[in-house]
Design a protein around this ligand. Sequence first.
Ligand code: ADP
Ligand code: MG
Length: 718
Amino acid sequence: MPDAKPSPADIEKTPDKVKAKAGAKAKPAAKPKATNESKLAKLGLRSDMDLVLHLPMRYEDETQIRPISEAGFMGGNAAQVEGLVTACDIQYRPRRQLVVTIADDSGPLVMRFLNFYGSQVKQFAVGARIRARGEVRHGFFGAEMVHPTYKVVEEGDPLPDALTPVYPAGEGLSQTYLRKAIANALKRVDWRDTLSPALLESLQLQGFEASVKLLHNPPPDVDEYALMERTHPAWTRMKFDELLAQQLSLKRAQQARRAKGAAALPVIGALSESFLKALPFQLTDAQQRVLGEIRADLRESFPMQRLLQGDVGSGKTVVAAMAAAQAIDSGFQAALMAPTEILAEQHFRKIAQWMEPLGVRVAWLTGSLKKKEKEAAQALIGSGEAHLVIGTHALIQEGVEFARLGLVIVDEQHRFGVGQRLALRNKGLDAAGGITGQTAQVSQTVPHQLMMSATPIPRTLAMTYYADLEVSVIDQLPPGRTPIVTRVIDQNRREEVIERVHAAALEGRQVYWVCPLIEESEALQLQTATDTHAALSAALPDLRVGLVHGRMKPAEKQIVMDAFTRAEVHVLVATTVIEVGVDVPNASLMVIEHAERFGLSQLHQLRGRVGRGSAASICLLLYQSPVGQVAKQRLMTMRETTDGFEIARRDLEIRGPGEFLGARQSGEAMLRFADLEADQWLVEKARGLAQELLQTDPATVEAHLARWLGGREEFLKV
Ligand code: ADP
Ligand code: MG
């Protein structure tokens, strides 16, 4: 028999049930009520309605008792049996366990408990009647259940007439407690349907009360398959309500944003024009299109909140710079915040090089500046002399005050937390309006916000997951790029790969060599980078091999990056610090070691560092066998496509939306029941009704949001 380990839930569930049924005096003192309540709160269950909407993840069928002799033929499903105890022993081999035999008319069953209490032993007195539920296996000694749930019953004790719900539970919350709490809540809540009978009729939806009650206590003859698949009409109603609440609150967030003031930035003037002329290239059609969208937003006197998505290398920076030019032309300041110092510095250099000849004052602010330099930068920002400010999250720190911030640009926005983005936006609060404190409500304005991301999010997801956000997509690469060829190679061919690096360098190409990701230990990661650098330097004595990693001082990093940019370094050994935004067009070969350890979007970002010039680029993904199934899928995806949107789609498939987006910055927490892909048809319906209700029926909007969101609307504000 396989050694089935009891899950922690089983361990704590069983004694609880025993307590409840055996009528032993409950011990409220041992588990103060507050503890359970705080555990409920942790699950987000504060009000009765929260409890009522905490729906079962599955059910146990305790409505029937099966003869023991048949119970083993349930195909791995749990069965419930009832019998009298015929023996009860503590055995010590292969390990200490309680072994209880019960029997009904059809035969005996052995129950094994690997964890048990002394009190349990007493309950299993010979002759006691036990109702047990679990998966029956045929072991060496006949039919067995390992760690069944059970209770002591009297002959003829009634069976439940509905399936028993199993709820998602936090740590230390027993099903018994949850069931009771929910059953009580079901008796107390206000069942009024938020949707009128006419609406339900036209949407072909079931009533709220009937749906909820069915889901908590389904009758034994329910279509269990539809329940499990969540296609039952009761589930459909829940999903619809949830989606409706989401759509309503997204639309409301949008209305709230539009009600806020922002300085209109309507001028496309001398700077915008001369900047465009000075560029060494023409904007692509896609760049022109998204620029048009941004320009239109900036003209409005409510704040833009736009996400600019574009694959790696699609040319987002120029578009951002054009947006900044419009802000400056309109007499305001713009700020550009990047997640790493390397990236910020690169933006600074490039944009300064573009714009300073046109009379734009660009300030530079990062955490690593000396105090004096920082103060100088702050002074420029505060006086308004600096038109454009570029930096890292130092921009949002205390002491940075903008004279008149009109536009905030956040590059690689997914790398920042909600709080950081909010902080930067708030920098504009007092600045643009020029008012602080109590008088603020007179004319509070916030800057326009442009967020950029090269981790493309499928459009439907972006619209439904992110708080109120407009999305622009650059779906075209600048011309003249040759596609990157990707090869997946066994690590034991490293020698050959080094040969190839050598040959490429002699042809005048530059090479990135990316060190393996070691998530557990930064120190180890550093060590690997240094080792790799030493090994490659030794193997390639006639080449210049540089090293850049996250622990280097920004100035040191810059020296190496500069040398690489000037092609004085042939091979750049790097950790993932180069993942984001680094732009050296002459680099056309990339080697990634232990590619199987990286995530898909990370690999895509890394690979995006090559293929930026006109030379044909190659990306070699070295892997160490054996490679797991998921990692293999990732590597194959990388080999098959360079399209960031396709990669994002597959990544989503492999990981699911929650993990894909990261709960922190998404409205994911809002959707517990509906699935945006599978329930797309409901999303459309909900979107339509939301629009209608907001225009015609504010009372229903309020009632519905109160029921479904309670206080959870907060995170939608960013
Ligand atoms: P990303 O979208 O990944 O941030 P960048 O803005 O860094 O991409 O642009 C990648 C490279 O392409 C840069 O060297 C940039 O100057 C160049 N580039 C941007 N737009 C064009 C264009 N329309 N034509 C040619 N090159 C362009
Ligand atoms: Mg970029």
